[in-house]
Write a protein that binds this ligand. Structure first.
Ligand code: BGC
Length: 765
């Protein structure tokens, strides 16, 4: 592997590309005016963000605490849910009104408040929850990312909050990682496309003027946070430097180019350097190379972690100096306002140059100005009539329907006919908590059953659709109330007995909700109790539909053959039960596809874009790679109740140069008897390259809706620059030679006529 330094040196020529957010003279003028009137202490206070719980005593906002933090420490930002759980939007708004009143009185600068709004309005009790990002990725339909982005922005603004720590764009390439479901799957192109769509929907098209129904985003967690070597949250990543630039950086770069105003930093280290201390990756790659004038915030107490966990700093002050000098602008220091005092001291001692302090404060003020907080620190929030309304709910349901993936359907067991007698079983059968996952009303999602009572669990939705009289329920296994990651067998024999009266068994298995480090696991296998349940049920001879309700693909290789049908619903949110019932009954058709590789063996965790050399024996039948990789189901797999036939794949250019854009046309026909949606995925394979190429890469996708017998010509555009890769010298290169383009089982070859190597660290189209 290349030393990080070699790559960094190569990418370090600082030939800056276009400034990603155009400067706006009026914004800059206002920033300079405010900055000119600030004391050092006021500047340091702007650079610190505190947990809102520090303002509360016995569950009530405590004005004296607010006066201390804002008046004495001059704190300019707060975060997090009030009393650590979702609140009605007006409760949040009232707290923020008070914070703004005191901030303006004490500082003449509005406060900026941020919330984690991950799959909808996580912390607004009367808002709407969508499926998690991994589900939206499974739709392969950008429209759903746009809907969720708009809903999040709107409902968050309704609660007087102008800033969300969302979207997550850490590539979910390791199923052991407890946050895989927070991202848009394993592929960097899919991740970028969905994340950019959501960012634009949340912020709007003009990052200098964020509108009253838009919010500022915090794209996170920059970067490679999803690649911990141990699989455990917040542990070191060891990443091939070429992959770092080509894959992990991509979604961040694209979102910055789309105008993202804020970025949160990965808590862990990459190749030995904690991200919060990595000047090259923070300042170099982002602020200098991209000319990005936005603001960087740490993750939760991560400055502390530089000395308590990473051991690259001797104490808090040392850690603050390292982080801020590396490029951190705002320190999320949930419990410690003293950080503001220490920042001012460090500036006085010359350990942080005043120019760096001013630069950080400019970036923070710029964000506040861009959000309109100086003109409107608070606003009339009575007009947000769509909050929690039918439009967002219908969009969340539609997204859930398109996101649930039919992985197996032996003998056409599904759809189930009306009148089928169904045994619903498993620990996930009757739980809103498991449908939603983490970041649902609380951080760990543990109170979802109380908050989401009005929505339907799988059991309730199946009863509604198939009739109470046709549905039996015996959970067999339940999750522990306290040690919630554990489960207990509470009557597998009762479930088995109930199966005698059923035609089909719906075994709802998977995981309980979790988030971050509490979700770490030592065993990716589905739990032993749940496997025992499935094995015992299989002995009854009744057909089993395995419903996987899980944030990451738990290994099920040994029980999968016992199920005639398998549906991975992942974490489909409050409407996920209804969506499943619609799909099981055939009132809706499946169209989701896996946005990750579903591995089969615990010691063989793969991604779809492995290196060709990993499987030389497939040289003659490259297209059949999945048989050789022995995965459970490959990336992109997903069945439907209808069939689609592909024909006439054509390229607009069979020979091309670096500046060209290729267009590929293919005819897709619905040859089955049901209407259905089909995600059309285009892959490229670089047949010979100077560095071992990936076996294939997703380069474009779209989704079509076809009635039985209907056909359409789908056009997919791929700029030639998409076929470039980052070489061992850290430079982007497009090489002359042949590429295979594959769509839906068809493939053709196109030839690049020139080799081009870029001298800039990024390719700018
Ligand atoms: C998480 C972030 C989150 C932050 C603030 C951290 O623990 O890693 O994703 O935005 O807390 O709640």
């Amino acid at each position: 592997m290349l030393a990080l330094g070699t790559l960094l040196a190569a990418g370090c020529d600082r030939q800056a590309g276009p400034r990603v957010i155009p400067a706006d003279a009026r914004v800059e003028e206002q920033v300079e005016k405010v900055l000119a009137g600030m004391s050092l202490e006021e500047k340091a206070g702007q650079m610190v963000q505190i947990n809102v719980s520090a303002l509360f005593t016995d569950g009530k906002l405590d004005e004296s605490k607010l006066r201390t933090l804002v008046g004495q420490y001059k704190i300019g930002s707060f975060l997090n849910a009030i009393n650590d759980q979702a609140q009605p939007h007006n409760v949040v708004a009232d707290v923020i009104r008070k914070i703004q009143e005191v901030s303006l009185e004490e500082l003449k600068i509005p406060c900026i408040y941020g919330l984690d709004e991950i799959h909808g309005a996580t912390y607004i009790a009367d808002g709407v929850l969508f499926p998690q990002e991994v589900n939206l990725a499974a739709t392969f339909n950008r429209e759903h990312a746009a809907h969720m982005g708009r809903a999040i922005a709107y409902e968050t603004r309704a609660a007087m909050v102008p800033w969300v720590f969302s979207p997550v764009m850490d590539l979910g390439r390791d199923p052991r990682w407890s946050r895989m479901w927070e991202s848009w799957g394993e592929d960097c192109f899919l991740q970028s496309e969905m994340a950019v769509t959501e960012v634009l929907a949340m912020q709007g098209a003009d990052p200098n003027h964020i509108g009253p129904e838009n919010v500022g985003v915090s794209i996170k967690h920059y970067m490679a946070y999803g690649a911990p070597w141990t699989g455990k949250d917040r542990t070191p990543a060891i990443v091939n430097p070429a992959d770092l630039r080509e894959k992990y950086f991509r979604p961040f770069k694209e979102c910055l180019e789309a105008g993202a105003l804020n970025m949160m930093i990965n808590s862990a280290s990459i190749n030995g350097v904690p991200m919060h201390a990595n000047r090259e990756l923070l300042t170099g790659w982002v602020k200098e190379d991209l000319g990005w004038d936005g603001m960087m915030v740490t993750d939760w107490a991560d400055i502390d972690n530089l000395y308590t966990r990473e051991h690259v700093a001797v104490d808090k002050k040392d850690a603050l100096a390292i982080g801020i000098n590396a490029g951190i602008d705002m320190v999320m220091d949930p419990y410690d306002p003293e950080a503001a005092v220490q920042i001012a001291e460090l500036a006085r001692e010359g350990r942080i140059p005043m120019a760096r302090i001013d630069d950080a404060v400019r970036r923070i003020l710029r964000m506040k100005v861009r959000l309109g907080l100086f003109e409107h620190p608070v606003w009339d929030n009575s007009g947000y009539t769509e909050l929690g309304g039918e439009t967002f709910r219908a969009q969340a349901l539609a997204a859930a329907v398109e996101s649930e993936v039919l992985l197996k359907n032996e003998g056409g067991l599904l759809p189930l006919r009306k009148g089928t007698r169904i045994l619903v079983t498993g620990p996930n059968a009757n739980s809103m908590r498991t449908l939603n996952g983490g970041w649902s009303y609380t951080w760990q999602g543990d109170k979802a059953d109380a908050f989401a009572e009005e929505y339907n669990t799988i059991l309730e939705a199946v009863r509604n659709r198939f009739g109470d009289e046709n549905v039996l329920f015996a959970p067999g296994v339940v999750y522990d109330d306290v040690a919630w990651e554990k489960d207990h067998a509470v009557g597998i024999e009762r479930a088995v007995a109930a199966a005698a009266n059923a035609d089909v068994i719906l075994a709802c298995v998977g995981e309980n909700s979790y988030c971050e480090t509490p979700g770490n696991t030592d065993d990716l296998n589905l739990s032993a109790n749940q496997k025992d349940l499935v094995r015992a049920l299989a002995k009854t001879g009744k057909p089993i539909v395995l419903i996987l309700n899980e944030g990451r693909p738990r290994i099920i290789g040994d029980i999968e053959p016992l199920a005639q049908a398998v549906v991975d619903i992942m974490l489909p949110g409050n409407h996920g039960g209804d969506a499943l019932a619609l799909l099981l009954s055939g009132d809706a058709n499946f169209s989701g596809r896996l946005p990750f590789t579903y591995s089969k063996h615990i010691n063989a965790l793969h991604t779809y874009d492995y290196k060709v050399s990993e499987h030389m024996e497939t040289m003659d039948g490259l297209y059949n790679y999945d048989a050789v990789m022995d995965v459970q189901w490959p990336f992109g797999h997903g069945l439907s109740y209808t069939q689609f036939a592909y024909s006439d794949l054509k390229a607009s250019l069979t020979e091309f140069r670096a500046g060209d854009t290729l267009r590929f046309d293919v005819t897709v026909r619905n040859t089955g008897a049901a209407s259905g949606m089909e995600s059309v995925l285009l892959y490229s394979s670089d047949l010979v390259a100077s560095m071992v190429p990936d076996v294939r890469r997703l380069r474009q996708f779209t989704k079509v809706n076809l009635a039985p017998g209907e056909s359409t010509v789908v056009s997919l555009e791929v700029p030639a620059t998409e076929l470039a890769f980052v070489g061992p010298d850290g430079k982007w290169r497009l090489e002359a030679g042949d590429f295979r383009i594959a769509v839906g089982g068809l493939s053709i070859q196109v030839r690049c006529l020139e080799t081009k190597v870029w001298d800039t660290p990024n390719i700018y189209r």
